[in-house]
Design a protein around this ligand. Structure first.
Ligand SMILES: Cc1ncc(COP(=O)(O)O)c(C=O)c1O
Length: 458
């Protein structure tokens, strides 16, 4: 009888979930006086009480303050340790403060930070990136957002076309052009954007991922400069390409004379040369940010030989003056030293082998636990990146993925894990492993997750 009175949400006993939330919030607050006191101090001169307003999006009742982050671990100011499966939302994908990067930064600090001239690391880094990604020529930026912004500018300059095409539900950083969603099949500018005054739908087309006829129709006018895509979507929950999607999509894009701009910032979890290289894709431009310099602000974007030739031609033919591309600290000597050490000694084939093994163990354990508790959830994986989603089969496009997001439930899950020393990304349910994650950490994660599901089933 009692079963019938439960309110179920994504298979979870919702009354139980709300009780759990209150219990976990109290437990967090009671145990962390230092974080509470720093949060109170911060409220005085930091907007929203945090240095970046996103830091207010975590599940905790006040901000968790970090004392140190090393390898797969974070220690907070109240002395609690966490195994970190968030890893700075990919910025620390190969572990926090990897020793080779820390050494390279310390050494470069004796030789200067930034000069607007290159250090000898620049040609080495570019050659190594070419070896990994198969792109011919490289440029640098300070964030993946900037790299995407600049790559779009190059694509427009190269093709002389004004439109870009993105996939519904995508995220490529704070690039205004891409904040166009499909609502009831119609492109609309994202309502949450602050201070955006230009009509973004004028120059941006948006289609669903995995829909070849929509892509073909959106390219038909021959006015699209580039298709900007993650090869597997990761920012609205994960959405994988269906078998055969990319070969067919690439053919359509090429036929329409558009460039394919692949953003590997998150899908670098697939292998040392990213998802595209692993899966035989042939992009015209590749972007990678976040972990490329071990978590130091840096991003890279690479051009195929033909695209680079066209880009150099566009710049030479343009009137003299500012290109609108680049920032003063881009490719600074400190970032280049960090990137060289990271590529040479941290982001290695061996590191990937370890991470794939760990992620496989994690995904299998989560699947078993979900099945044992009979929840209508699934697990999706892109290399070292794993996600559990509140639906029985993985979503196939942004609309489906958006429909199953549940911020309230996510936050309850995240806080429960956090109170037991396990951090996952504050947005949806994504977990990364790094070379320092131990099999015992994975086993613990699965055990805690299993206990949580038992409670949520109530
Ligand atoms: C695929 C992708 N591209 C670009 C970015 C932007 O990175 P950043 O915030 O470091 O500029 C993100 C951030 O999450 C991302 O997921």
């Amino acid at each position: 009888m009692e079963q019938n009175t439960k309110t179920l949400r994504h298979g979870v006993n919702w009354d139980k979930a709300l009780q759990l939330r209150e219990r976990e919030r109290s437990a967090f607050a009671a145990a962390r006086p230092r974080s509470r006191s720093l949060s109170a101090d911060a409220a005085e001169h930091l907007m929203f009480g945090v240095p970046l307003h996103w830091m207010d999006d975590w599940s905790t009742p006040f901000t968790l303050y970090v004392a140190a982050a090393q390898g797969a671990s974070i220690r907070d100011v109240d002395g609690f340790s966490y195994t970190d499966f968030c890893l700075g939302d990919t910025g620390a994908m190969f572990g926090h403060a990897p020793a080779p990067v820390a050494r390279a930064i310390a050494a470069q600090c004796q030789r200067g930070f930034t000069t607007m001239l290159p250090s000898p690391d620049a040609p080495w880094v570019a050659a190594e990136l070419s070896r990994r990604f198969g792109m011919d020529k490289w440029q640098f930026a300070l964030s993946a957002s900037d790299a995407n912004r600049f790559a779009i500018r190059w694509a427009r300059a190269i093709t002389g076309r004004d439109k870009i095409l993105v996939f519904n539900g995508c995220y490529h950083g704070t690039v205004d052009d891409v904040f166009v969603d499909l609502e009831g099949g119609r492109p609309v500018q994202r309502a949450s954007l602050l201070g955006q005054v230009y009509p973004l739908t004028e120059h941006t087309r948006v289609v669903e991922f995995n829909d070849l006829s929509a892509l073909q129709a959106a390219l038909a006018e021959g006015d699209v400069a580039c298709v900007l895509a993650e090869p597997a979507m990761t920012n609205i929950g994960m959405v994988l390409p269906e078998d055969g999607y990319w070969p067919a999509a690439e053919a359509l894009i090429r036929e329409a004379g558009a460039l394919l701009l692949i953003d590997e910032t998150h899908t670098i979890s697939s292998g040392p040369g990213g998802y595209a290289r692993e899966n035989g894709m042939a992009p015209d431009i590749v972007v990678l940010g976040k972990p490329v310099a071990g978590g130091m602000p840096c991003a890279v974007y690479g051009f195929s030989a033909d695209t680079a030739r066209r880009a150099e031609h566009a710049k030479r033919e343009a009137p003299a003056g500012h290109s609108g591309i680049g920032t003063t600290l881009s490719a600074n000597m400190l970032a280049m030293a960090a990137m060289r050490a990271n590529l040479a000694e941290v982001m290695t084939d061996d590191a990937y082998r370890t991470m794939f093994g760990l992620a496989g163990q994690l995904a299998a354990g989560l699947r078993e636990s979900i099945a044992r508790h009979g929840l209508p959830w699934c697990v999706t994986q892109v290399g070292a990146r794993t996600e559990f989603q509140f639906c029985p089969v993985p979503p196939k496009n942004g609309t489906e993925a958006d429909a199953i997001l549940d911020g309230e439930l996510e936050q309850i899950v995240h806080l429960y894990l956090l109170n037991r020393g396990l951090l996952i990304t504050p947005f949806h349910n994504m977990m990364l492993v790094c070379p320092d994650t131990r099999p015992a950490d994975i086993a613990r994660f699965i055990a805690v997750f299993d206990a949580l599901l038992a409670e949520l089933k109530g």
